[in-house]
Design a protein around this ligand. Structure first.
Ligand code: G4P
Length: 561
């Protein structure tokens, strides 16, 4: 995972220091906008750490021809060549702090895979990445089943009705009974499932999977290098030759399949696209098993770029004018250049290099001379990009997460909320000579989405909220290394941060006046009530029925209460 991120970093560095190489992200320049859109699939792989996300990602890249050898993603050689300075902390920790983007071609589709950090302390980062994709592949470890992080991630997917394909991995291990696993998925993830392949035994005696869709057998042959599947077409499960491949599990398979056909409805593509039904595949990523089957299914059923909501209207990808939004920012990729990269998801129209676009929050016209793509090849500066693509824009401090770019229309993309953090600490300046640097550093890091900053007035007291302890270490380290500012943390006992609004402005003002000690401003100067306990929060909610308490900054679907 680290390397994949580093690949992107390395490209950015490369382009910053070398003359830009101009290439085109499109593979057939004469295609119409509609054809470009139809070709694209933009998705993320999500999982609880260790379920096999990195391995599956690597196999996808391998099948897509974006890397040449299995194991390359983790090989030390590449790791050393591509490490970036600010990722020191990640190296020390052995976890991936950031999100990367990988583009490859498969089955005549251009696939944009947005990687997400597996560590729970960086869950916010993952949530935001999910706002930039059109669908998701969820990886489950067949031994462990549904884990804590899986449930949270699925909650976010469901909030957005993102279509989800489930890949049950590690079938070469002694895992749970597949029927029990399916029940657990439905129960804990609150989504209907439909197996499209079915395992024949499991663990040491794992024989392969039966493809319920194509009615073929995929015979398991453990190998970490072999890239072809042993597919056997069978006309009927009553075929006696079945024994040659899967004995003594032939009858078991027949019984399982008849049970599946009896219990589950036929696969409903529309329900999948609406995020109501998740097709399930089984395999073993490390053995390249079931991966091609998964990719084939993905390219045939996953949605192309979909319309997206703004504050004023829904924007369709095929609309001619370009629009897009920033879902991620990386600052200080190279400490010598102080550059920032804003990751923009293209939502409609055609993005063109060197053309002026409107930054709708600042009402500023901006032009980008070296937008980067994330093709896994040496070429990285692009001339144009289409809906579904992710482009990296060099930024001198104009962007915040959620910012929208358009060809002049004053709209703002929705769906990039901040959630209430879980851990709060006060930022204490330990070097008064570096106050300016500290202020700038914490502002920029929180713009990047590393954590949320709440400021209390008067006094400019800064409270930082995160979803994990690790974040505080990252911030402290980066403030020191990138801004020369030192700080310490004072833990605060807070239950939640709630954004507060009211239809009647005077009601809100009165509430803010009364609760002055517990009111902060977020990065966009919205009022936030810092609840000390759940009891206090419940009491206040009862006492102020006209004040609305929101658990995400977007004030819409408050799922993470
Ligand atoms: P993550 O990104 O979701 O955190 O998981 P990752 O791919 O790093 O996989 C976690 C571990 O599970 C790795 O082993 C990986 O090799 C192993 N794994 C992945 N897919 C399969 C599978 O289908 N079967 C089996 N048996 N194992 C699988 P590791 O020992 O942590 O790392 P490594 O030394 O193998 O690289």
């Amino acid at each position: 995972m680290q390397l994949k991120f580093s690949i992107s970093i390395a490209y950015f560095k490369f382009s910053a220091r070398n003359k830009p190489i101009t290439s085109n992200i499109t593979f057939a320049p004469l295609m119409t906008l509609d054809e470009e859109i139809a070709k694209r699939r933009t998705f993320a792989i999500i999982s609880h750490p260790d379920a096999g996300k990195t391995t599956l990602t690597e196999k996808f890249l391998l099948f897509g021809g974006a890397i040449q050898t299995a194991g390359a993603v983790k090989s030390n050689k590449i790791k050393k060549a591509a490490t970036s300075d600010f990722m020191d902390i990640e190296r020390q920790r052995g976890i991936s702090v950031a999100t990367s983007v990988m583009t490859f071609e498969y089955n005549d589709k251009i696939i944009n895979l947005l990687d997400t950090p597996g560590h729970k302390d960086f869950a916010e980062d993952t949530y935001r990445t999910l706002t930039a994709v059109d669908s998701v592949i969820l990886v489950i470890d067949c031994v462990k089943g549904v884990e804590a992080q899986t449930e949270k991630l699925m909650e976010v997917c469901r909030m957005r009705d993102a279509p989800v394909i489930i890949f049950i991995n590690k079938m070469d291990r002694e895992g749970q009974n597949p029927f029990d696993l399916l029940d657990e998925l439905e129960l804990k993830l609150n989504i209907k499932v439909r197996p499209l392949s079915w395992p024949i035994s499991i663990g040491q005696s794992f024989k392969g999977v039966y493809n319920l869709y194509e009615k073929s057998l995929n015979i398991f042959n453990p190998s970490q290098t072999k890239l072809t599947d042993d597919i056997v077409s069978i006309s009927s499960l009553n075929d006696e030759s079945l024994d040659d491949y899967i004995a003594p599990y032939t009858n078991q398979l027949r019984e399982d399949v008849s049970l599946i056909e009896g219990v589950y409805d036929a696969f409903d593509h529309k329900a999948y696209l609406a995020g109501k039904l998740a097709p399930v595949f089984f395999g073993s990523a490390v053995n390249n098993f079931g991966v091609r089957e998964l990719l084939n299914a993905f390219t045939s059923i996953a949605p192309p770029p979909i319309p997206r909501g703004t504050d004023l209207r829904e924007v369709k990808p095929e609309e001619k004018p370009f629009t897009g939004f920033v879902f991620k920012i990386h600052a200080n990729l190279d400490p010598r250049h102080r550059d920032r990269i804003a990751f923009v998801r293209v939502c409609s129209g055609k993005f063109e290099r060197n053309k002026f676009y409107t930054h709708t929050r600042l009402l500023k016209e901006l032009r980008f001379s070296s937008p980067a793509s994330f093709m896994a090849s040496a070429k990285n500066i692009i001339d144009e990009a289409f809906p579904g693509d992710v482009i990296g824009l060099y930024d001198s401090g104009n962007f915040k997460i959620g910012d929208t770019l358009t060809e002049g229309e004053h709209i703002h993309y929705k769906g990039i909320p901040s959630f209430s953090p879980e851990i709060f600490k006060e930022l204490v300046n330990t070097d008064p000579m570096k106050t300016k640097q500290l202020d700038k550093g914490i502002r920029q890091l929180t713009d990047e989405g590393v954590a949320q900053l709440f400021t209390q007035q008067p006094g400019n007291r800064k409270i930082v909220g995160t979803v994990g302890e690790l974040q505080f270490e990252v911030i402290q380290y980066r403030l020191q290394n990138e801004y020369g500012a030192s700080c310490s943390w004072r833990p605060l006992q807070l239950h939640k941060a709630c954004w507060v609004t009211a239809d009647d402005k005077t009601e809100l003002q009165e509430f803010v006046r009364l609760r002055g000690q517990q009111i902060c401003l977020d990065k966009d100067d919205h009022f936030v009530y810092m609840a000390e306990t759940r009891y206090m929060l419940d009491t206040l909610m009862q006492n102020h029925p006209h004040v609305k308490f929101h658990f995400t900054s977007e004030f819409k679907k408050d799922i993470l209460k």
